[in-house]
Design a protein around this ligand. Sequence first.
Ligand code: SAM
Length: 215
Amino acid sequence: MITDTYKDKGARKQLVRELKTKGIYDDKVLAAMLKIPRHFFMHKDFRHHAYLDKAFRIGEGQTISQPFTVAYQTQLLHIEKNETVLEIGTGSGYQASVLLELGANLTTIERHEPLHIEAQKVLKYLGYHANFICGDGSLGYAQNAPYDKIIVTAGAPVLPKALIEQLKVGGILIIPIGDSKTQKMHSIIKTGKATFEDIELNDFKFVPLIGEQAW
Ligand code: SAM
């Protein structure tokens, strides 16, 4: 059984300090990341590295995102309690846990079934509840739309049309877009039924978003 020791808590505190020095200023995001035991979401071979600001393999050729990336994307979402949020790329479930800790009413989609199953187990164990879907998130998830916020945690070649359609007017979509080597983070605000504002931000490197409206 995994435990959350004083050593883990201390390492988490140190990581949160590091995130602050790297430009994360949202106290609610920092508090959520201070609370959530990232090592619970990691493969046992890497668990002792859980509080390094690094991405690690989680199986199926996928990764748990770097803590800075999780904090950066979450900070851009400006989550309020009970907002409807869609996450594309459940992966380990760690990003999902941060969104849930902030009070999101979350639907999260993963295309790899083993990851989809494992993430559900960990989140349930930690007492979080979300709608877990196994499938192609590049098409969004129309059944629970429209969403206040959408976050994509894999690199897309283009902006998937379905995601814009499923966003509420005034809603925010955070998505990395680019080629297979690097992607720019985009913060997209839906300004009207068929209009949006697209702000291009920093460079990142994500695993690819694979699907009908993706790679
Ligand atoms: N949010 C994750 C976390 O906290 O661990 C990060 C996961 S990883 C960087 C991106 C995930 O997106 C992978 O698990 C990958 O399988 C998934 N993915 C890629 N394309 C997808 C798609 N079209 N629909 C759903 N999931 C997808």
